[in-house]
Design a protein around this ligand. Sequence first.
Ligand code: G3P
Ligand code: MG
Length: 252
Amino acid sequence: DSATTAERRPIILAHRGASADAPENTLAAFRLALDQGADGVELDVWRCATGEVVVHHDADTRRTAGAALRLRRAPLRELRALDVGAWRGGAFRGERIPLLAEVLEALPGAIVNVELKAERLPDLALAAAVARVLHRAGAAGRCVVSSFDALLLAAFRAAAPAVPRGLLVAEGRTWRLRAGAGARLARPDALHPQASLVTAARAAAWRARGLAVRAWTVDEEAEVARLARLGVTALITNRPAAALAAARRAAG
Ligand code: G3P
Ligand code: MG
């Protein structure tokens, strides 16, 4: 998705799926995102204790399942026993933590932004594990891999140099330092900034460096319009239907 769409609007990526309307990082949320018109999805991954690449945001399951299993310490069998849908309503009861491989299979042709998650010490083996999953699924050509952790992103570059990489940056005192050092380490093709960091001057500077820009998390119409006018590559949103409509209006 390094170019914008044929409609000349930013690509719409659903943040953890259509997570305003469905439980984040579940097949239900990913399918709903595509039903709402998203071009693709953003999702978060960990390598669990038995080595499989699983889709979940937090380092443990307390918020999504009520019981806290640490993703990196739990075997797949225990993680799969959890219900990560019910907390968002009875209609979603029975949603399970998906494998990355299952999401790729369930969303043929969709763009998938795989965010590599890390605790303070990154699990560098996650990079090679994700590369294997993407290649086995034949999905390397439609995926973008991102991380806040530049070391993890550099490890992914070594494992799958042809898959585009996005360096995530969030607001805060150290973002410039992190962006600079991270870019030297991981040599990303894109910056994935928190939306508030995207000014006109920075968007132009990043474009001049050949970087794609995928901004998160963009849910308000005015912010969609502002970023669309700045020519960002993609918007990562919890509300893909609304973001798509606003991006189309901004494109005229
Ligand atoms: O990839 C964009 C965004 O998901 C980064 O933050 O915490 O929602 O994974 P987080
Ligand atoms: Mg994420």
